[in-house]
Design a protein around this ligand. Sequence first.
Ligand SMILES: Cc1cc2nc3c(=O)[nH]c(=O)nc-3n(C[C@H](O)[C@H](O)[C@H](O)COP(=O)(O)OP(=O)(O)OC[C@H]3O[C@@H](n4cnc5c(N)ncnc54)[C@H](O)[C@@H]3O)c2cc1C
Ligand code: FES
Length: 279
Amino acid sequence: MFPIVHTRQLSDAVFEMGVLAPAIAAKVKAGQFLILRVAEGGERIPLTFSDWSAEDDWIRFIFMRVGKTTHQLSHMGVGDSLADVVGPLGVPTHTEGVGRVAVVGGGVGAAVAYPVARAMCEAGAEVTVILGARNKDLLILEDEFRALPLKDLVITTDDGSAGRKDLVTAPLKELCEAGALDHAMAIGPAIMMKFCAATTRDFGVPTTVSLNPIMVDGTGMCGACRVSVGGETKFGCVDGPDFDGHAVDFEELMSRQRVYVEEERLSDAEYHLECSCHT
Ligand SMILES: Cc1cc2nc3c(=O)[nH]c(=O)nc-3n(C[C@H](O)[C@H](O)[C@H](O)COP(=O)(O)OP(=O)(O)OC[C@H]3O[C@@H](n4cnc5c(N)ncnc54)[C@H](O)[C@@H]3O)c2cc1C
Ligand code: FES
């Protein structure tokens, strides 16, 4: 069992949780993920490490409440325990020698962008973070990003309620046009990563994306997370989650992400009948 030692609600549907997991905390690197089960017999869901402390034995992750399991998780608190947590999984993000880099975090992707930007700063990179959200209430971790030694932090919202009224691709394009980037990293919804990669491609700026295909075992055995990169089949869980954004087949990724939509809708609807909060 993995005791929950920290919870924080970051926005209406986004939550941070910390659990005691000494063996995992000792090994995590930026960009890696875990797979957890809330209870015995429950669904296994992948979430990315947002922070950790090897000294104090804890790991943290940030999740958006989108379906049954994340809803169950949002009702758990300090004193409860998770049935299991497996990790760290996946290949760590390449953070050494990236030079002048833009790290783009869209929505809950900011949770993954934070440890990546921090690791790049620690490795001596010149890091500009571009944080995007639909509106001000959905922006997360702004204070944490401001505490990093960034070159710049640019905030965009679709409705202009915070920062620039723009999509993240607008400031990204400006940096490319100014010749100010050696590298870009985009983390967020597949559609956002697709357009970030399309933006940088014209300028020849190498771009890494952190993919989130459906995952089941997380060990390269089941094939659920397969993605096409440069015409080759790769497994998101063991070859990724980071890939060359200019080579990823995003249409296939988005289509495979929707494979279980009907089952997910039914499972969520059933759970709403059981759950007292009805949110
Ligand atoms: C490597 C990786 C890292 C991720 N990191 C984060 C994170 O840090 N924070 C966060 O909020 N979300 C993250 N996700 C997405 C997260 O796993 C899903 O939101 C979660 O599984 C939804 O489960 P659910 O039962 O609440 O919702 P469901 O109703 O079951 O699903 C809602 C949507 O979530 C996605 N999803 C569902 N099951 C899985 C699965 N087994 N694997 C991948 N995606 C799934 C699908 O797109 C689905 O349409 C990550 C996904 C991957 C693959
Ligand atoms: S999740 Fe099964 S092979 Fe990647």
